[in-house]
Write a protein that binds this ligand. Structure first.
Ligand SMILES: [Fe+2]
Length: 180
């Protein structure tokens, strides 16, 4: 699994956007993203074990026990999962998510690079490999603080609560995953 996750990183694309995107909670001057990402298409191509995990009954059952929610897959290959890459000198802007429930798992240790939450029961997630969490990304604003050393890699799986309406801001997947 670790080796194919690295293949995803090698295939990751740089995405650089200035200004506010849907969900951005920063002023126009600091809003935007500048990061590298392997979206769901690249993960399926380079690390099918990860995409198999995303669709697995075992994970669905595990998350049901963990959250008490019936979670379903996001019906959009590009944005249902990603491997997010932030080298030193990069951060990720404060935002709320479009999809309902986000599972984030750090894959590397780095300097800085904590995931900070606003108004949530948990204040931050340290970049400790394998120690992730699942949260409602539409409810709690979150951002990644500046990475000061190393490379911050994280795996992100997105889910919907079963029965909830499927909504996606127009153009967001294209903006975040470099789909021009
Ligand atoms: Fe997010």
């Amino acid at each position: 699994m670790a080796r194919c996750a690295i293949d995803c990183v090698k295939a990751a694309k740089r995405v650089k956007r200035s200004g506010r995107l849907p969900g951005s909670l920063e002023p126009e001057e600091t809003a935007g993203v500048d990061y590298w990402v392997a979206d769901g298409h690249l993960i399926r191509q380079h690390c099918p074990k990860l995409s198999d995990l995303y669709i697995s009954r075992e994970l669905k059952e595990h998350l049901r026990k963990l959250t008490g929610l019936e979670l379903t897959m996001v019906p959009d290959m590009a944005s249902c999962m990603n491997v997010n890459v932030l080298p030193a000198g990069h951060r990720y802007e404060k935002h709320v998510d479009d999809w309902g429930i986000t599972m984030v798992v750090p894959l590397t240790q780095c300097g800085g690079g904590r995931l900070l939450f606003e108004g949530a029961p948990v204040e931050h997630l340290d970049p400790v490999p394998g120690k992730g969490l699942i949260f409602n990304g539409t409810l709690y604003p979150h951002e990644v603080e500046l990475v000061t050393s190393g490379v911050r890699l994280s795996l992100i799986f997105e889910f919907l609560v079963e029965g909830a309406p499927v909504e996606r801001s127009e153009g967001l997947s294209e903006a975040l995953y470099g789909l021009d």
